[in-house]
Design a protein around this ligand. Structure first.
Ligand code: ADP
Ligand code: MG
Length: 672
């Protein structure tokens, strides 16, 4: 196997990785060998003072050198708790580990062990340990996002193997550039990132890796921009009678941000260069109305408009919303998804090809070659938090409709400039007037009955509610089953006497549409759902949401979920129910606290960056280019400038093309 490809190979190709470990690694985002290295440590542990047991004080972090006296383990729900009675010459304490059952046989009485952690009311919560010379608490030990499930020692060993493969793969950047910029070799940079001798080493390594990412990104953006210059679009005439009727049919006045976005779109549509505009706005800020405006501009000139969504469910929900708005205007809306039967799909395709379908909603499959629009003038791409430069390239180089991209991911300005460099941007900064900020609360499981009492009070006042089921990692089928079981349980318990529907990804599309339609029509009081409701569902009468086991969700996802309420003039609530506090990881606690204290997606995105690392903000696996894994945007402004200059220079020398090709190619093949 060529050397570079070994980094792309499944992690099972490493020594000592079987299917079970591979599954665990996949859960923390490590599927390919290279993933072990492209994961940036969240932070590094600083050395802490060594103490005797009698000196432990408050919840200060400390290291203790102790001997194991006895050991026991128990289960609490999904949690496995391992407790060791340990002692030194000053006393004894109970040391606890969560979910590390493999340690038990190695903690025989008499074993010496060095523990790092914090004293609490239950004893000593261990964060890392050295077991007889197996140094796991090296000073500056890197801490990775969500590594709880696999031993750090095993990960370190696998990283060692992967590092060797990187060394064998050679250095991608020219030696002269490295010397000029005073940057280390990539293999050395990765080594010091994952096993630094001092914090400065880790930072030097990170900068080297960030530099390369930024350079490749710049080349890619330049290409997209160049492709756009080469393509042309037909200008649209000024807004006419249909647009007038559309505006008149809306039950509200457009906000000034919406008006501004519309004016910017109008200005784009009269040009012969295709529009490439990003419409950025918080969840609930009213992007759909603006998007439909752009589509109707195409329709009223007898041409076609298409809206593409990243998932089938989202496409169906957009379809329901848009169809409702278009019916009074006499405009027919068609839905094209892969779950349509063959005959139906063929029929819709024929309508698209003949031009008899003026407005089409579908998944990203719509832009594939076999769908042949007679005359597509405006395309709206709902990217939500799935974003890929590659998809944009595909659009630009194929047909050249005017394109409007929607995103709800509040992207920090610096990142937007870096990543969306080639797009014009419109922003819906202020939500429609009269909205009250959603009130968010967090309670642990033992108080969940209070949360449900609160929810039923809303139902009794004629409002509706959502209950979001826990995120479980197994198959979509088991997620769906779990949701159905939970809905059934709630019907007999907390929600007895209310009309409870259930929505998940395994329902047949017609059934899913049926459930959505009856919730909208208030024939259901509560929708028990999986994360399929994360985006798109729009029922202003729903004013309260309970998220079960909220500690399992990511911050961006929680914020998206919360956006399903607060869509009308009534005060809305989001109640997060989590497992007990002492069972939560540091990250989970930080996420839940952030949700309670902030409604501001921009601020939450920044918090998310801090908690998870920047690259993952955009959805780690979505596309090669959205993975800015090593860049720290608030810190790397100057580095970005340097990378831009270097990219320009190397491109002139024809040196960066291969790497950029590889990344762009990857982005284009990324699943929508
Ligand atoms: P987004 O797609 O940005 O999350 P939507 O377009 O779904 O938001 O809009 C959220 C809700 O706000 C919808 O119920 C929509 O009808 C309503 N809405 C949109 N614009 C306005 C406005 N100018 N005034 C009042 N309500 C609005
Ligand atoms: Mg929306």
């Amino acid at each position: 196997m060529p050397r570079l490809e070994r980094l792309e190979a499944p992690v099972e190709s490493l020594n000592g990785v079987g299917p079970a470990l591979a599954r665990k690694l996949a859960r923390i985002g490590i599927e390919r060998v290279g993933d072990l290295l492209w994961q940036r440590p969240r932070r590094y542990e600083e050395p802490v003072p060594a103490k005797r047991i009698s000196e432990l004080f408050g919840d200060e972090e400390a290291v203790i050198e102790v001997e194991v006296r006895s050991v026991s383990s128990r289960r609490r729900g999904r949690l496995k708790i391992l407790t060791a009675r340990v002692g030194d010459e000053t006393g004894e304490i109970n040391a606890t580990w969560f979910n590390q059952p493999w340690l038990e046989p190695r903690l025989a009485p008499g074993t010496s062990i060095r523990l790092r952690g914090r004293a609490n009311k239950f004893g000593f919560a261990v964060s890392s340990y050295d077991l007889e010379g197996e140094a796991e608490t090296a000073d500056f030990a890197p801490v990775y996002p969500a590594g709880e499930d696999t031993s750090q020692k095993k990960l370190r060993e696998l990283r060692g193997q992967a590092l060797q493969l990187v060394r064998d793969a050679g250095e991608p950047l020219p030696a002269a550039l490295l010397a000029r910029e005073r940057l280390p070799l990539r293999a050395d940079a990765l080594a010091s990132l994952h096993a630094p001798r001092a914090l400065e080493d880790a930072e030097t390594g990170r900068i080297r890796l960030a530099f390369e990412e930024l350079m490749v990104l710049q080349v890619a953006l330049k290409r997209t921009a160049a492709a756009r210059e080469r393509s042309s679009a037909e200008p649209l005439p000024a807004p006419g009678e249909l647009i007038q009727r559309y505006r008149a049919s809306l039950p509200f006045r457009l906000t000034s941000d919406q008006e501004r976005a519309i004016a910017e779109i109008d200005a784009d549509l009269v040009r012969s260069t295709p529009m490439q505009r990003l419409l950025q706005g918080e969840v609930g800020s009213g992007k759909t109305v603006v998007a439909l405006y752009a589509l109707l501009r195409a329709v009223e000139t007898g041409r076609q408009g298409a809206l593409m969504a990243p998932t089938e469910t989202l496409a169906e929900q957009h379809f329901l919303t848009i169809d409702e708005l278009c019916t009074p205007l006499g405009i027919r809306v068609s839905l094209l998804t892969s779950s349509l039967g063959t005959r139906e799909r063929t029929a819709v395709r024929q309508l698209i090809a003949s031009g008899d379908a003026p407005l089409v909603v579908g998944t990203h499959a719509l832009i594939q070659k076999e769908v042949d629009f007679r005359d597509l003038a405006v395309a709206v791409v709902d990217e939500q938090h799935r974003f890929g430069v590659g998809q944009r390239t595909a659009l630009v180089e194929g047909r050249s409709p005017h394109v409007l991209h929607l995103t709800a991911t509040p992207i920090p300005r610096t990142l937007a400039l870096t990543v969306y460099g080639d797009l014009d941007t419109s922003e819906l900064a202020l939500p429609p007037a009269g909205r009250k900020p959603i009130v968010t609360g967090w309670v642990t499981e033992e108080r969940s009955s209070e949360a449900y009492r609160r929810l039923t009070r809303h139902l009794d006042e004629g409002r509706q509610a959502y209950v979001v089921c826990p995120l479980i990692e197994e198959s979509e089928t088991s997620v769906a089953r779990a949701a159905e079981v939970e809905a059934e349980r709630l019907r007999g318990a907390e929600l007895r006497g209310y009309r409870v529907g259930c929505l998940h990804g395994r329902l047949r599309p017609a059934d899913r549409r049926g459930v959505m339609a009856s919730f909208k029509a208030r024939e259901l009081d509560v929708l028990v759902a999986t994360t399929v409701i994360e985006v798109g569902v729009d029922v202003p009468n729903a004013t309260i949401m309970i998220v079960q086991e909220a500690d399992r969700f990511g911050l961006a996802q929680l914020h998206q979920l919360r956006g399903r309420v607060g869509r009308g003039a009534e005060q809305s609530y989001c109640l997060l129910v989590s497992r007990p506090r002492e069972e939560l990881s540091e990250g989970a606690t930080e996420r839940l606290e952030a949700m309670v204290t902030s409604n501001d997606g921009f601020e939450l995105a920044e918090r998310d960056l801090e908690i998870r690392g920047e690259g993952q903000l955009l959805g780690a696996r979505q596309s090669g280019l959205s993975d800015l894994r090593f860049v720290r945007l608030r810190r790397d402004g100057e580095l970005l400038e340097r990378a831009r200059d270097a990219a320009r220079q190397l491109e002139d020398e024809g040196l960066l093309a291969a790497e950029a090709d590889r990344l762009l190619g990857e982005a284009e093949h990324a699943e929508p």
